[in-house]
Design a protein around this ligand. Structure first.
Ligand SMILES: [Zn+2]
Length: 301
């Protein structure tokens, strides 16, 4: 079956029934086929290996991505939690701030009322109170700082205010404007007919009549500068109020304080009587301003 031509090979196909078929092909063809097949196999193997390795890589990448995503998710959740916390802190701070502002406004209102009551006309003010807290200042830390500053300012202002009030109240306590005794108003300040029938006499005070032993009260806070007998005035108390005022209480039955005693406004200092030049049980009350007698009704409330 060898072909005469050395460059060709002969392939015989022998079926069962028919005649033998003989195909003559160039010798290089089968070699080429084998080479091609081998090349294809190598390529496939390489491709397969590549595919499987890259698949592994992909899987790894995929797994890594999953881990990363879950990390990111966790991070996001943490951040969200933080934000939530911050937000709630902020709203808490906001609540506190507005509550403090409301309280400060209330205090301001009270201050105005007290100033009015105490007759303080031009009150001095402490720090920069009344400044409003701006929303952008409400970041937790800064907001707290501003809040603290505002409260510190208010505290300083209130300290000054309380000092002023105390001074004012002390002044008012010393003004002899309290009625020194209950009773009938029997005689006013000024010229009047002498009750003992000897012409016109200047009456330096007012008379208040009541039953013997009635409480005689200090018309204002002060210090007792006289306690004893004083001619026609009988048993007398004189109080120096530490401002421009002095008060005198005459015709007492009994004196209850001594010279040097400090007395409060309203403190009982004597009992009503009729000692000295008196026509009946009554209090003779005088107010002296800078040493001169004035009409007590101008002061008494
Ligand atoms: Zn009198």
């Amino acid at each position: 079956m060898e072909s005469k031509d050395n460059s060709k090979i002969c392939i015989m196909i022998i079926p069962h029934t028919e005649k033998v078929k003989r195909i003559t092909v160039s010798k290089w063809i089968p070699k080429a086929i084998i080479t091609s097949v081998a090349a294809i196999v190598v390529t496939v193997v390489i491709f397969f290996n590549y595919m499987s390795s890259s698949k592994l890589d992909l899987k790894e990448d995929y797994d890594n991505s999953l881990v990363e995503i879950s990390n990111l998710k966790k991070e996001y959740e943490d951040k969200e939690k933080e934000l939530k916390k911050l937000k709630s802190q902020n709203s808490e701070l906001y609540e506190i701030t507005s509550e403090v502002e409301n309280k400060l406004a209330e205090i301001d209102k009270l201050q105005r009322q007290l100033e009015k009551m105490a007759g303080i006309k031009s009150p001095s003010r402490g720090g920069n109170v009344g400044r409003e807290i701006k929303p952008e200042e409400l970041e937790t830390e800064k907001g707290l700082e501003v809040l603290k500053e505002t409260l510190d300012d208010k505290e300083r202002e209130l300290e000054v205010f309380i000092d002023e009030l105390e001074e004012r109240f002390e002044y008012l306590e010393r003004v002899p404007d309290l009625w020194p005794a209950a009773g009938r108003f029997t005689s006013g300040f000024g010229n009047r007919k002498d009750p003992f029938g000897k012409g016109i006499r200047f009456h330096q005070g007012i008379d208040i009549a009541n039953s013997p032993g009635t409480d005689i009260k200090a018309a204002g806070k002060g210090t007792v500068t006289f306690a004893g007998n004083k001619g026609g005035y009988g048993k007398v108390i004189i109080i120096d109020h530490g401002n421009e005022y002095n008060t005198l209480y005459g015709h007492n039955q009994k004196l209850l304080v001594d010279v040097g005693d400090k007395v409060e406004k309203g403190q009982v200092i004597a009992n009503m009587g009729s000692t000295g030049r008196s026509t009946g049980t009554h209090l003779h009350f005088e107010i002296h301003k800078n040493g001169n007698p004035i009409n007590p009704l101008d002061i008494l409330e």
